[in-house]
Design a protein around this ligand. Structure first.
Ligand code: HEC
Ligand code: HEC
Ligand code: HEC
Length: 352
């Protein structure tokens, strides 16, 4: 028995000395040119696949991944966040990216036969010890579905024309990057907020919060990190100068119930219109207008305030804390149905 213990102890010491030599003396060649020792790549990749299999669970709430607006949002985010490594369908990876170890698979292969829940897990968590980054924002799992919706479209074989249409920027006469910002921010029913109802100050503040990470969003933290600070200021001024046009969208029974809650409030929930309008009694430049805002965006933000993920304003944290899911849907439906309006003071034009 004593002999066995002694042998084991000697082996352990030798192992430690060996490891110390490899680390301390630089015996392991880290050159990407040489790659991993035989078997190491297999071990790493198999560990990765099994780790994803074990952890990716089908979530309770999954949006409609065939929704074209969700696919378009994901495609546009992919363009700056993922394309540099994984390329886009129908195009090759750059030679430098193909030389990364481990190699980022071309998107056509990366989508593989992963299920939506598995793709979600990979994109949100990233892969340690490889170049694959995690989602840059905490507790914004729901944002990742847009990228998964796009990856699913690729998995089903996206046509080159459809791919081009997804990522084309609109014709916009504005400062540097304006057309690109507008490719996500133009229009409603796109899961993206409209900016024409916001003031320059509100836009500039939001951009600053994304840039510093105070307001978590993997999509907007990425977008706001691309222009310079001076360019962002110009963009805030330009978007803040746009005048809203068009009518609100949707309506119906849910919107009617939302109207009552928003205008009267309850014991737990204050009247939203007192601060947000339309017809706020004391318009305040820090209270954003919600009239005509994108419905899905409104609902997401209300959940974020309620769940403590978005927490820039104590007023809003208090206003949202008692909201139930169906109340959130109703409030979002009502504000989205109002004619778009910049500022919170005057009553909405459509109350004719
Ligand atoms: C800096 C380069 C880089 C960026 C940026 C990047 N990835 Fe990756 N990705 C990798 C590498 C490297 C792997 C391979 C990991 C491995 O096999 O261990 C990978 C793996 C993947 C996989 C799994 C493929 C498989 O079966 O091995 C998916 C899916 C994926 N990435 C999607 C994305 C998406 C979506 C984005 C953007 C949100 C993104 N990646 C951004 C480098 C990158
Ligand atoms: C890939 C699509 C995409 C691009 C590109 C993009 N945005 Fe966004 N933007 C979003 C989404 C999605 C949100 C909502 C994020 C959240 O949940 O906080 C958002 C939020 C915002 C907000 C906050 C609005 C509010 O009501 O508080 C501002 C301001 C904004 N973006 C400005 C810009 C500007 C300026 C650019 C160009 C530099 C830009 N965005 C580029 C998708 C995009
Ligand atoms: C006491 C004033 C006040 C009340 C009452 C209030 N809010 Fe707010 N709300 C704010 C402020 C201030 C902000 C901006 C906070 C920030 O950007 O950090 C905001 C932001 C929001 C946003 C995000 C807008 C955007 O463009 O991102 C939504 C959505 C919202 N409120 C909905 C509501 C709803 C629905 C109610 C009623 C249940 C409500 N608010 C009640 C003050 C208020």
């Amino acid at each position: 028995m004593k002999q066995v213990i002694l042998t084991l102890a000697t082996l352990a010491v030798l192992g430690l000395v060996g490891a110390a030599a490899v680390v301390g003396l630089g015996l392991y060649n880290v050159s990407a040119r040489v790659g991993h020792l035989p078997g190491v790549s297999w071990v790493l990749h198999t560990t990765f696949r099994n780790s994803v299999d074990l952890r990716a669970e089908r979530p309770e709430r999954m949006p409609d991944l065939a929704d074209p607006a969700l696919i378009a949002l994901g495609a546009k985010h992919y363009e700056t966040a993922c394309l540099p490594c994984h390329a886009e369908p129908g195009r090759e990876r750059t030679a430098t990216m193909a030389a990364l170890v481990p190699e980022p698979p071309h998107i056509d292969e990366a989508v593989g036969d992963w299920t939506p829940a598995e793709l979600h897990w990979i994109v949100y968590n990233g892969v340690k010890m490889s170049g694959m980054p995690h989602w840059p924002a905490e507790r914004r799992e729901e944002e990742v579905w847009s990228v998964v919706a796009y990856l699913e479209a690729v998995q089903q074989g996206i046509e080159p024309q459809a791919q081009q249409a997804l990522t084309a920027d609109p014709q916009v006469e504005g400062p540097e990057h304006a057309a690109w910002c507008a490719s996500c921010h133009g229009g409603v029913e796109r899961h993206v907020p409209r900016l024409d109802i916001l003031t320059e100050t509100q836009i500039a503040e939001a951009l600053e919060e994304y840039r510093s990470g105070a307001r978590p969003s993997g999509i907007m933290q990425q977008a706001a990190s691309i222009p310079t600070e001076a360019e962002l200021k110009e963009l805030a001024a330009w978007f803040g100068d746009r005048q809203p046009r068009g009518a609100g969208s949707g309506g119906g029974g849910a919107a009617e119930r939302g109207a009552v809650l928003a205008q009267r409030g309850t014991e737990e929930v204050p009247a939203c219109t007192a601060c947000h309008g339309p017809g706020a009694t004391e318009p305040n430049p820090h209270f954003p207008s919600l009239a005509g805002q994108d419905r899905a965006y409104l609902a997401t933000q209300l959940r974020l305030w309620r769940d403590g993920t978005r927490h820039g304003s104590a007023l809003m944290t208090k206003a949202a804390r008692a909201l139930e899911d169906d109340q959130i849907a109703e409030l979002a439906a009502w504000f989205a149905s109002l004619p778009p309006q910049k500022g919170t003071g005057a009553p909405a034009a459509a109350e004719e």
